[in-house]
Design a protein around this ligand. Structure first.
Ligand SMILES: [Zn+2]
Ligand SMILES: [Zn+2]
Length: 241
């Protein structure tokens, strides 16, 4: 069952539920270790949604994040592959070739792996917007299997920028060096600036896999101060509130 879409500032924002599941054993830890300083009930489990977002406005189609990818994805060791973004797009009448721009909030394997299918770009007509700091940082399997195949489609972004009129990128480092959010009106598609609702209640709670936890707190506070509505990647609900 698809999540409900919203219209903000004349932009239709459609959540695409790429996957739902717990984190695989390879990187899973008890929740109080994942979010140091937090407290959870003893039996608390974390079932993540993996949300991408499709934006439609003025005849343009923008995809924010591409999900966990197929069974050969770099995310396969820990995420519930295969992702179902293709089916989610088809359900709203969008073919991969229709996508004009792909924004990658960051290059973690659960956000970017769906860019490539069968070793070739999944969205062949889209420019792929990625922060320079993220491209300088990414390494290993994700660089080889996800970034290299889309190299000719990448548009490098330095800091805040505009994708199309009314759709803005905000550089929000901390989770990764080149993490970026997408702002539409007073709504921010926030990627991994927040991972769990405990960080809404206390934005100073860090996440164990943030590359720079202190900078991540600063970005989180800045986005919370700026946005009326958040669209985080991993909450059960695609919009908050
Ligand atoms: Zn979902
Ligand atoms: Zn991430």
């Amino acid at each position: 069952m698809p999540h409900e879409s919203r219209i903000v500032a004349d932009v239709e924002i459609i959540p695409l539920c790429d996957a739902v599941g717990p984190m695989g054993a390879e990187i899973r830890k008890p929740l109080p270790e994942m979010f140091p300083g937090s407290s959870f009930p003893d039996d608390a489990e974390w079932v993540l949604h993996f949300h991408c977002y499709l934006l439609r406005a003025a005849g343009r189609t923008v995809l924010v994040d591409t999900g966990i990818g197929g069974t050969d994805s770099p995310a396969a060791s820990w995420a519930p592959v295969p992702g179902r973004i293709g089916g989610e797009l088809a359900a709203v009448g969008v073919e991969p070739a229709d996508v004009d721009a792909v924004v990658l909030t960051h290059l973690h394997s659960d956000h970017a792996s769906g860019c490539v299918t069968g070793g070739v770009p999944a969205f062949p007509n889209a420019r792929h917007l990625i922060q320079r700091a993220e491209l300088d940082w990414v390494s290993g399997q994700t660089r080889e299997q996800v970034v290299a195949p889309i190299e000719d489609l990448i548009e490098v972004v330095d800091g805040d920028a505009e994708v199309f009129p009314g759709i803005r990128l905000l550089h929000t480092p901390g989770h990764t060096p080149g993490h970026q959010c997408v702002e539409v009106g007073d709504l921010v598609i926030s990627g991994d600036v927040l991972h769990h609702p405990v960080q809404l209640a206390d934005p100073t709670i860090t996440y164990v896999y943030d590359t720079d936890p202190a900078e991540a707190v600063r970005s989180r506070m800045a986005i919370l101060a700026r946005a009326a509505v958040l669209a985080p990647a991993h909450f059960a609900e695609p919009f908050s509130p």
